[in-house]
Write a new protein. Structure first.
Length: 307
């Protein structure tokens, strides 16, 4: 019998739970600024499994767990060889006897689902080739801070239809905004998620191949690297297909005059985004990166308190 919650997709939370989690993230941010402690993970050790590189996810989870009273273990492929030395299900059952929770960043989304299925403790998706839900919670927290609302805005995602795009499409099934994906015909996101978002009765999602049309009137412009981790062998091909989708000053000038520009980072400056935009007046990318910490502390708190 499952007596715990996981966070593998934004859609693991209801609309109300997303809104409550965002409110908690704001409260935790305020408390941190006032140097007030909150320790829902007191005495717990969490495992952070990484099969890909990371700056933000690793550090924000380690710091976040410590600030919530817990202790984090950084675990790479070398130590546990997940799915190789033993089945993922056996590893999940053993890890559950030691740890309070697991965050995993890996290639295959199915592996994460398998781990969560057999673990008796909360499992958090820290990025797969398919999705990156923790990032999107920090993104929407940033949108709320800057625009004052999490519904009724227009966001254009410009670039490769990837794990970030897919998680925004999952959020589109819970909140009410307009999402335009500006990308080439060959770099589309998961089209089943586009359909699910449009059927959800929440957001409206369209695909647009003309970048200037895509950003027209947008309150938020979002971009990410053209070739994700796990696809670096396609970097040249993706760059050719997405060259017209660079977020530069000219493109930003076509959007709402007060628009904000988001990027999950790391950025490849001069490719998907110019220095002028990254360092310019519309960019909120470092506030967005900071919010990873607050959003994830809120997600972990919800998972341990709402079993
Ligand atoms: N945005 C993000 O997940 O960054 P890292 O890859 O550095 O963790
Ligand atoms: N789409 C990028 C996001 C990195 C945070 C990747 O998967 O590499």
């Amino acid at each position: 019998m499952r007596n715990h919650r996981d966070f593998l997709a934004v859609t693991d939370f209801s609309r109300d739970e997303i809104i409550e989690t965002l409110a908690l993230a704001r409260e935790l941010k305020d408390r941190r600024n006032r140097h007030e402690e909150t320790r829902p993970l007191d005495g717990q050790v969490w495992g952070l499994i990484f099969h890909k590189a990371s700056l933000r996810t690793r550090i924000s989870f380690e710091v976040g767990i410590a600030e919530l009273g817990g202790h984090a273990l950084y675990i790479t492929e070398k130590e546990i060889e997940l799915g190789k030395r033993e089945t993922i299900s056996d590893a999940a059952q053993v890890l559950s006897r030691y740890l309070g929770g697991i965050m995993i960043r890996t290639f295959s989304h199915k592996d994460v689902e398998e781990l969560a299925k057999y673990a008796d403790i909360p499992v958090i998706n820290g990025l797969t080739d398919f999705s990156h839900p923790c990032q999107i919670m920090a993104d929407i927290q940033t949108v709320y801070e800057k625009l004052g609302r999490f519904d009724d805005f227009k966001i254009t995602y410009v670039g490769d239809g990837n794990n970030i795009t897919n998680s925004w499409l999952e959020l589109a099934q819970r909140l009410n905004f307009e999402l335009v994906v500006g990308t080439s015909e060959d770099t589309l996101p998961d089209m089943k998620l586009v359909e699910a978002a449009n059927k959800s009765g929440h957001s409206r999602v369209t695909i647009e191949h003309d970048p200037a049309k895509a950003v027209k009137g947008s309150h938020v412009i979002y971009t990410d690297v053209w070739a994700s981790m796990g696809q670096k062998d396609q970097a040249d091909e993706k760059a050719r297909k997405l060259r017209a989708f660079q977020v530069n000053e000219q493109l930003v000038s076509q959007a709402d005059k007060n628009c904000i520009v988001l990027h999950c980072l790391p950025a490849e400056r001069g490719k998907e985004i110019t220095d002028g935009v990254m360092d310019g007046p519309h960019s909120v990318v470092f506030d967005q990166a900071e919010n990873r910490l607050h959003a994830q502390k809120a997600i972990m708190t919800v998972l341990v308190e709402k079993q």
